[in-house]
Design a protein around this ligand. Structure first.
Ligand code: SAH
Length: 511
């Protein structure tokens, strides 16, 4: 033990869960956030890395030492070396670290080196995949036991370490990890040792992820079925009568948009909510931000608008970004909502209204029609002649609201509060999915999302990649932009909200 080192580090051995990033434990997520170094595996969902500190070092365990297949000792050495250098290390492993995760070996190395560690258990693949396939691993009426077994043994190993006879007859449900390649040997061995050939079997690939695939059959036919279907790892093989319950209990992979690939083109900082709504329908969501929200080139206009607030009658905010940038600037200038004084607030759309809530503002006016035309119509009902209207907005925004309000006799101050710019590049995952035809539906939630995607891809490539893709647009203005760029619009909700767009997409694909 090297107890002389004044800054000895610490290693958290964390189970990342089976794939769905929501299935990590609260403690696991906390520990990722504590780490200076995160060493993660192929099977750990890399979305979890978002919980790491901004400058944490992220190391993919599959790449240590430069070779393709890492030797376990190299990983052990890395953990020890980082900890001895005084780092806090999160070792993020798929499922549970102590279930076929070689967590035991890593722990032994840490223990020998005198490095303190904590083990954070995780939802192991068998448990996660079974749950998301609708297969209870035990059931009072069906089976009283379950075994987790490695299917990775080499088939021509002289004497198998697995006691097939006891396993076949002794355990109710059997879950094999790493068993896809050996499926013929596994099923034959079970049958040879007394399990009936008609015993149901389910293979669950990428369990708990949107791309989960399930293949069911019997001990007699599943190996052939898997070969015919080209079924590939990673998957668990669940053997036992409980598999029959899936037919009734299935809930995850029969949701309305299961298997549908969706492209979400909203700005990076606001895509999350929409992506979550879509993911809840079972869709495979590819986030592809086409807009970066950045500050205006100069704050002079907006600051002048803020300084003039005491004489402003109405503040009109037409988007989430307008709210964030306007109140963000107030805050940066040491002000808060009270700077609005007696000014009334108009919010366009429920999302914009909701964005105001954290600032303690309840809008006085939320036009029923969420388009600029709706705002104009609502103001026509009020008398704004002679009043000052502050309208913080994006650069290159439509002129309709300022022009029409001015025509009603209002003084309109419309400073640029933020700019929409093109992001540097499309995310590799989304681009690959587009090129490989795995995107079935592209969603556009504003004209800029369409224009920018076309600009980022180049118009010809854009049209080519959109061939055969269902186009979902949030409303008529966005749809018009789609058509101008040569797209046919297939889905447009009656109300222009993300929830209505989600419903319309579900409706379209359920038909
Ligand atoms: N420690 C991990 C297991 C690692 S062994 C755990 O507790 O889950 C690797 C094997 O786990 C794979 O070959 C596969 O059999 C299984 N596995 C891991 N993630 C899986 C998933 N999402 N769906 C199905 N099987 C998975």
């Amino acid at each position: 033990m090297n107890d002389n080192s004044p800054h000895k580090g610490m290693v958290y051995l964390i189970g990342a869960g089976p794939g769905d990033p929501g299935l990590i434990t609260v403690r696991g997520r906390e520990c990722i956030g504590l780490a200076d170094v995160v060493v993660y595996d192929y099977l750990a969902n890399d979305g979890l890395l978002a919980h790491a500190k901004p400058h944490a070092e992220l190391i993919y365990a599959g790449k240590i030492g430069g070779a393709h297949n890492q030797e376990q000792w190299q990983i052990n050495d890395l953990l020890v070396a980082k900890a001895l250098a005084g780092k806090t290390v999160a070792r993020l492993k798929g499922g549970d670290p102590f279930i076929f995760g070689r967590g035991g070996e890593e722990c032994e190395a840490l223990q020998s080196a005198g490095i303190p560690y904590e083990i954070v258990p995780g939802v192991t693949a068998a448990v996660g995949a079974a749950a998301y396939a609708g297969i209870p691993l035990t059931h009072r009426d069906v089976t009283t036991s379950v075994a987790f077994v490695t299917g990775h043994e080499h088939p021509d190993k002289d004497a198998s370490d697995i006691d097939w006879e006891r396993l076949s007859l002794g355990s109710g449900t059997i879950v094999f990890y790493m068993g896809v390649k050996n499926l013929p040997v596994i099923t034959k061995s079970l049958m040879a040792h007394g399990r009936p050939p008609e015993t149901p079997v389910a293979l669950v690939r990428w369990g708990t992820r949107p791309e989960q695939e399930v293949l069911t059959g019997t001990l007699a036919d599943i190996a052939d079925a898997a070969r015919t279907a080209g079924f590939r790892p990673p998957a668990v093989t669940i053997v036992g009568e409980v598999v029959r319950l899936r037919e009734r209990l299935r809930w995850f992979d029969n949701r309305p948009l299961c298997g549908t690939g969706l492209l979400v083109t909203r700005a990076a900082d606001q895509a999350g909510e929409f992506a979550d709504m879509l993911a809840a329908t079972g869709a495979r969501v590819f986030e592809c931000p086409t807009i970066s929200i950045v500050p205006p080139e100069s704050y002079a206009e907006l600051d002048a608008g803020i300084d003039g607030l005491p004489s402003v009658a109405w503040v009109v905010l037409t988007s989430y970004n307008a709210v964030q940038s306007f109140f963000g600037r107030l805050h940066d200038r040491g002000l808060d909502s009270r700077a609005l004084g007696h000014a009334k607030v108009c919010a366009v759309g429920p999302r914009t209204a909701a964005a105001l809530a954290p600032f303690g503002i309840r809008p006085d006016l939320v036009p029923a029609d969420y388009k600029a035309e709706g705002v104009v119509a609502a103001f026509r009902e009020l008398n704004v002649a002679g009043q000052t209207v502050l309208f913080p907005r994006a650069d290159r925004a439509r002129e309709l609201i300022p022009t029409e309000l001015a025509a009603m006799g209002a003084t309109v101050v419309a400073p640029v509060a933020y700019r929409n710019v093109l992001p540097d590049a499309l995310p590799a995952g989304a681009l690959a999915a587009l090129e490989e035809g795995r995107i079935h539906c592209a969603t556009f939630t504003s004209s800029s999302t369409v224009k920018n995607l076309a600009a980022m891809l180049g118009e010809n490539r854009f049209l080519k990649l959109m061939e055969g893709v269902t186009i979902a647009s949030i409303g008529p203005v966005t749809s018009a932009t789609c058509r101008e760029l040569g797209l046919e619009v297939h889905i447009e909700p009656a109300k222009y909200t993300l929830a209505d767009l989600t419903d319309a997409i579900v409706g379209h694909f359920s038909r």
